[in-house]
Design a protein around this ligand. Structure first.
Ligand code: ZN
Length: 256
């Protein structure tokens, strides 16, 4: 399986990935805190031709579930534009967080909004790369924190070829056991396209989204290695930069 990392500088992602010995890199195509539109990457040809696989993480403001038009509309547009930019770089997917609504009463509307994202884009020929929906750690009205919500979401979006990104920190901090997690998710989604392999600074079910290096966090590293062994998907570390090389080394040694 291919192991790599999220690289925080987007100017030369392949160079940074090579330095880390990564087989896959993840990065942003815009400032993740902005609504900027992606611009062509100066190293697009190099990135596309590289042996290192590429996946793009979408920006953080995006919330396609939102019932607020002024958030949902730009979110839809941003997903389409960032998917197009990802395709220009030869990426195998665009990671999008499940997002959230403001109350339990809005959950159904949030699910319908996710479905509409795919329905509307289907009329335009679909997204340029697969959309990988990522589970999240926190919030009481999240679309993809608890696996029963993911099951409801999948009933609505599974037919559109939605992919799934499993984040181990988010599952743990969100209150989902990691023992057997791969089988439980695959029973819902039928697939795992990407693993975000992170330990957590916080305890089980804390609801906090703070990633930790594998040797520092509250999750048993052997359990994390087990997720990698069983997921059958590329693995991207989103752990603090200083410890990423050690995290990759640990996985190479323990996943085999
Ligand atoms: Zn993640």
């Amino acid at each position: 399986m291919r192991i790599g990392a999220h690289v925080r500088q987007d100017s030369d992602p392949i160079g940074l990935g090579a330095k880390l010995g990564a087989e896959v890199v993840q990065f942003f195509v815009v400032d993740p805190q902005s609504w900027d539109k992606p611009k062509p990457h100066p190293l697009a040809e190099q990135i596309k031709a590289s042996e290192i696989d590429v996946v793009i993480h979408s920006s953080y403001q995006i919330n396609v579930a939102s019932t607020n038009n002024r958030l949902r509309m730009p979110s839809r547009q941003a997903v389409a534009l960032q998917a197009a930019a990802a395709a220009e770089l030869g990426a195998f997917g665009l990671v999008v967080h499940g997002g959230h609504v403001r109350s339990d009463a809005e959950i159904e509307a949030g699910i319908i909004n996710w479905r509409k994202l795919f329905e509307r884009q289907q009329d335009k020929g679909g997204f340029a790369v697969p959309i990988l929906i990522e589970n999240t750690a926190g919030g009481n009205h999240a679309m993809a924190r608890h696996f029963d919500s993911i099951a409801r979401l999948w009933d609505a979006v599974g037919d559109f070829g939605a992919g799934f990104c499993l984040d181990t920190c988010h599952a743990w901090a969100g209150g989902e056991e990691l023992v057997g997690v791969v089988d439980r998710i695959k029973a819902i989604t039928g697939r795992i396209d990407l693993v975000h392999l992170n330990s957590s600074r916080d305890e089980f079910n804390s609801g906090a989204d703070r990633h930790a290096n594998l040797s520092e966090g509250t999750i048993d590293p052997e359990l994390l290695a087990e997720v990698c062994r069983t997921a059958g998907a590329p693995v991207v570390l989103e752990t603090p930069a200083d410890g990423v090389a050690d995290d990759i080394a640990y996985l190479r040694e323990h996943v085999g």
